[in-house]
Design a protein around this ligand. Structure first.
Ligand SMILES: *[C@@H]1O[C@H](CO)[C@@H](O)[C@H](O)[C@H]1NC(C)=O
Ligand SMILES: *[C@@H]1O[C@H](CO)[C@@H](O)[C@H](O)[C@H]1NC(C)=O
Ligand SMILES: *[C@@H]1O[C@H](CO)[C@@H](O)[C@H](O)[C@H]1NC(C)=O
Ligand SMILES: [Zn+2]
Length: 445
């Protein structure tokens, strides 16, 4: 056997080695749609220290898969953990978020078990990252193009729509034909009870919170806020992101020499107070699916040169982490039938004084982010007496790994005579129920 004959074997081994050698670090560059898929596949194959789950929520108008990476510290997908999502590249030419989510994915893995905040987050939630909702638009967008609309819409060469104007609206009838990307997000949200979310955009530097839509569109140039019943929570969430972002919080673009115009105090704004529109994704998340979503404008330049990406990642890293940890706050719980302890799904839940109901999920779970304080929660389900449960949300200031208030709620079958219900057919012991039977209206205790 001569040297020449082993050469191909050596070469082949070398190629295999290079091919499978785990890449330590993701490059700071833009990954095209094929590369994005490859990076995500590599990640799920290579990652061993945390749970990963790569899945697609559907296909774009032009047939490209919409990849999501789920990461969690837990080895199994636990349905009692809150689900968080981040969605980027909704507008195809707003490209920064697309790369940031890939870096966030790596960051979470690489710091799990090292950084207590990352461990806390991954041990207590499931994070779903969708780097590109609009791979079609991205494919025709131009690196370095800071302004303009080229690549913004989906389905290039076909029926093109603005995906962030394409969701059912809280105040108005929707007019634009629903796009496959939009349908995919809606079906995704039907399947997973998301608690907290953010959409990542570019072209400005601000954290924007619902509503984007307003009840009556005014014809004056003056803008008016359109606030939700959870405005305190939304402001807090937007502030959490902005406060941890060195430029956003002081009204600068990613580049120190350029101010964000208009100036937004604390780096946050209500959507309609800036400019209102219908069919936005964040409004839909909130009113339809009970998920707190805000819109993050993270770079004044929509598609900056790749040399800028490292700086942009550094600017957003702590914000992404701190924002995510907010999902662990507030209240959560599970709703059961008191007679057989069957979980009740699809119960209507309302935090009294906040006129916006949300629903329990498949196993009777629910989550709601709330600021510290005293609250009452009202639960209604078909065939049961309604119930009001008072509870407290404790202040988590200075606590590294936040925890929420957990409630176990037992509803009494409406065929049970009121007298028997009054005596309380509730299971007792070890449940941590924060309320004895206290049914609205008819009687309270
Ligand atoms: C992913 O894996 C492919 C082949 O396995 C390799 O060519 C590529 O460099 C890897 N990319 C990253 C970012 O890990
Ligand atoms: C609650 O919201 C619904 C739907 O927007 C509205 O019809 C109703 O008047 C509101 N109720 C209160 C008490 O504000
Ligand atoms: C309530 O109890 C009745 C009688 O046992 C039963 O038929 C009915 O299905 C129960 N309702 C619910 C919502 O479980
Ligand atoms: Zn945008």
């Amino acid at each position: 056997m001569n040297a020449l004959s082993v050469m191909p074997v050596v070469l082949c081994l070398l190629i295999i080695f290079v091919y499978f050698y785990p890449s330590e670090c993701l490059d700071f560059k833009y990954h095209n749609n094929k590369e994005l898929e490859r990076v995500m596949r590599n990640f799920s194959v290579i990652t061993k220290n945390i749970h990963t789950n790569l899945y697609s929520i559907g296909r774009s108008t032009n047939g490209l898969p919409l990849w999501v990476m789920e990461v969690s510290g837990s080895k199994t997908a636990r349905s009692d953990l809150p689900n968080i999502k981040f969605v980027a590249n909704i507008h195809g030419n707003e490209a920064v978020g697309r790369e940031l989510l890939l870096h966030f994915m790596e960051y979470l893995r690489d710091n799990y078990g090292k950084d207590p905040s990352v461990s806390c987050l991954l041990d207590n939630s499931r994070i779903h990252l969708l780097p590109s909702l609009n791979p079609d638009g991205f494919s025709i967008s131009t690196e370095g193009q800071c302004v303009g609309e080229h690549g913004r819409l989906n389905g290039v060469n076909g029926n093109m729509e603005d995906l962030n104007r394409n969701f059912p609206d809280y105040f108005h009838q929707d007019l634009n034909p629903r796009q496959p990307e939009t349908e995919a997000v809606m079906a995704w949200m039907d399947k997973i009870p998301f608690v907290l979310s953010a959409g990542l955009h570019g072209g400005a530097m601000v954290a924007n919170y619902p509503f984007d839509s307003e009840k009556v569109t005014k014809s004056t140039p003056e803008k008016f806020p359109s606030l939700t019943p959870d405005n305190d929570v939304f402001q807090h969430l937007a502030r959490t992101y902005a406060r941890n972002h060195p430029k956003m919080k002081i009204g600068l673009c990613e580049d120190d020499t350029k101010p964000q115009t208009p100036y937004f105090e604390d780096g946050i704004t209500n959507g309609a107070a800036w400019y209102s529109f219908t069919g936005g994704m964040q409004d839909y998340n909130y009113f339809k699916k009970g998920c707190m979503e805000i819109t993050l404008e993270i770079s004044c330049c929509k598609y900056p040169l790749p040399q800028e990406l490292k700086k942009l990642w550094e600017q957003n890293k702590q914000s992404l982490l701190s924002y995510s940890l907010e999902a662990l706050k507030g209240v959560s719980g599970q709703i059961f039938d008191s007679s057989d302890e069957r979980p009740i799904e699809n119960a209507n839940i309302e935090i009294i004084g906040r006129n916006m109901t949300f629903k329990s999920s498949q196993n009777g779970y629910f989550w709601r982010i709330l600021l510290p304080g005293s609250y009452q929660l009202k639960v209604e389900a078909v065939g049961y007496y309604p119930k009001i449960v008072p509870f407290e949300v404790r202040d988590q200031t200075g606590i590294n790994c936040p925890t929420n208030t957990k409630l176990l709620i037992f509803l009494i079958n409406a065929t049970t005579p009121m007298s028997a219900a009054l005596q309380g057919s509730e299971p007792t012991g070890g449940s941590g129920v924060s309320c004895t039977p206290c049914v609205e209206g008819a009687y309270t205790e």
